[in-house]
Design a protein around this ligand. Structure first.
Ligand SMILES: O=C(O)CCC(=O)C(=O)O
Ligand SMILES: [Fe+2]
Length: 319
């Protein structure tokens, strides 16, 4: 059998970059995240993140402090305003599921898009997981954009949509929060309006930037049309052609670019325990600039591109 090379990746000098699918996901080797890494290694990791959108690091037995220190090399870290506080570090978000607390992150989403400045990326560390199951899927929102029918691109480019943290409000009400408390949180975090298709600030590429967890409606559009378009956009993340699936092992770390991927934590391990910790790098305000020149790896030249009709029915046309 002949194995053809994967698409080229920008030349990293201090790490190895092993693609896990044609466009999304790369395993990074030759680096120990417990160490104080050189600026060149950080630059190589950052370039690999731009190229592959989510990076997997294996066998990284690091401490919470080292996790935080690694995150800080990429920017300021965010404190999540609603999640239960970490016992020691405000910037660490611990997500625990198990008996009585099934997984909740099993819907396609980008993180914290209800913020004016949603995150640049998240770095997730597995603390305790099931022997099998509890995988995380990531979907490439550049390729998902490229694969949209032209009539959808035309309708959504340049539009904005409202984002809201409805899910967290439901949680607050369940825990007995008063309506005044919820109103105070709403005042602190007014709903942002983000571009439906955003331009990635570093690569200049266009990505779908609405998600089923936090987007409410497209602005200034008939509600039925907004809903129909949002459903088509959400569905893009669900096609395996755009995805990579991470099977966690002990000491695996995932680092995703929240501007170019959506993710989905598979909730198939109940009632076993799964504990992860996330540090989140603050990003900038999303924008759409159709004239910004794209850099880096080009879109995948599709053959047999996935095409859908108006109802989103999936059918393939070989070209
Ligand atoms: O637990 C996971 O694999 C991912 C959970 C999630 O959505 C997140 O950390 O943002
Ligand atoms: Fe998430």
């Amino acid at each position: 059998m002949t194995i053809t090379e994967p698409r080229p990746t920008s030349g990293a000098t201090t790490i190895s970059v092993t693609p896990q699918s044609p466009t999304i996901g790369a395993e990074i080797g030759g680096v120990d995240l417990a160490e104080d890494l050189s600026d060149q290694t950080i630059a190589d990791i950052r370039q690999a993140l731009l190229d592959w959108k989510v990076l997997f690091f294996r066998d990284q037995d690091i401490t919470t402090e080292q996790h935080l220190a690694f995150g800080r090399r990429f920017g300021e870290l965010e404190v999540h305003p609603f999640a239960p506080p970490h016992p020691e570090y405000a910037e660490v978000l611990r997500i625990t599921h198990g008996e009585g607390a099934p997984g909740l992150e099993n819907g396609w989403h980008s993180d914290v898009t209800w913020r004016v400045e949603p995150s640049l990326g998240s770095i997730l560390r597995m603390l305790e997981g099931p022997a099998v199951g509890g995988d995380t899927l990531f979907a490439d929102m550049y390729e998902a954009y490229e694969g949209l029918p032209d009539y959808v691109k035309e309708k959504v480019e340049g539009q904005t949509a409202r984002h809201d943290f409805t899910r967290f409000k439901i949680g607050m009400r369940k825990q007995g929060a008063m309506e005044e408390e919820i109103a105070a949180v709403e005042e602190r975090f007014p709903n942002p309006h983000h571009p439906v298709i955003r331009t990635h600030p570093e690569t200049g590429r266009k990505a779908i930037y609405v998600n089923s967890a936090f987007t409410r409606e497209i602005d200034d559009m008939n509600p039925d049309e907004s809903e129909e378009l949002l459903q088509i956009l959400y569905r893009q993340a669900s096609y395996p052609e755009y995805q990579v699936r991470l099977r966690w092992q002990p000491d695996t770390i995932a680092f995703w670019d929240n501007r170019s991927v959506q993710h989905y934590a598979v909730s198939d391990y109940y009632p076993q325990t799964r504990v992860v910790e996330r540090v989140t790098v603050i990003g900038d305000t999303p924008y759409f600039d159709p004239d910004q020149a794209p850099t880096g790896l080009p879109p995948r030249p599709f053959r047999g591109q996935i095409e859908r009709d108006r109802r989103g029915v999936d059918w393939r046309r070989q070209r």
